[in-house]
Design a protein around this ligand. Sequence first.
Ligand code: SF4
Length: 359
Amino acid sequence: MHKKQLSKHYQDFREALLDWFRRYQRDLPWRRTDDPYCVWVSEVMLQQTQVKKVVDYYEKFIDRFPSVTDLAVAPLQDVLKVWEGLGYYARARNLHKAAQIIVNELNGEIPTDYTTFRKLPGVGDYSAAAVQSIAFNAPYATVDGNIKRVLARLFLMEAPINDAKSAKLFQQKADALLDANEPGIFNQAVMELGAVICRPQSPACLVCPVNAFCEAFDATRQAEFPKRRETKPTPEHHLTVGVIYNEAGEVLLTQRQLDGLLGGLWEFPNGEIAEGETAENACVRNIAEVVNLSVTNVRYLTRVRHAYTHFKIVVDVFQCDYASGEVVLNGPRDAKWVTVAALPDYPLPRATHKFLNEL
Ligand code: SF4
């Protein structure tokens, strides 16, 4: 296609997509506001999480922290508590840290330029482009896994969507396609198309507003795209969790370090089961290693499973009684004896919630 024809082709594509989006977009709470803070919170939550789940969390979060200043002055524990269950807790910690930088160093104003905003903790290319385009109408194209899928089908792009080396190719295509006059609405329209029409399985091509522009549809090759690089099977780890009761009937909670997986969340002392070790022995050893306590009367409670992005865990949960020793931490950043009734006040991992009712 000649340059002129291509430009007309892209323009027709944009009009068809935007027309459809204006008529049929879902009514989502963050689409009812142009407050950059709200747009930012929603975009952070939407990364790696489904819209349906985000809606409740978003409303709860904005209700509790209505402005960037409210978020900046809140204790991290409160932020993690509201985020509890949404996963990827680094997002909450970074959002909190970024809010503090905005309030302390940037006069409480969310940066309106891409470069300054991109430097804030937790802000990557995707969220910078999303917030800058949606809140400030700046011409940056968003690219995430869903958008790559749509692009791969529209243009029969062979590059694997899960290969970091293809990122540049997809970004270039998205940049070329972007509607520079309405970049925020356009980005949302492509995301919406990926979410409700050009779904991962069985795309609804017959009702797709841009099927006339889609090379995969034209060639009946939708099922072949996007391409993926083969990945290794997800590893599974077998862990024990020990719920230790003291004489007052309280249980010992430990807090994870702030950085890393589930950073800042509270949990029961835990650790892996070594090869050839029984789960019960591993539980007693893990407790001794992590909090330096000896326990007695160890009894099996239940088994739970949980899947993270890159691995799965199988957890054998035991209850036991404190026997001797002083708490000395080897790994956690803090520990507290708390009543079972107070456990819901702490931000806890999803895997812990899976057996909380049984205590
Ligand atoms: Fe996706 Fe089908 Fe639309 Fe192409 S026609 S963009 S494959 S839904």
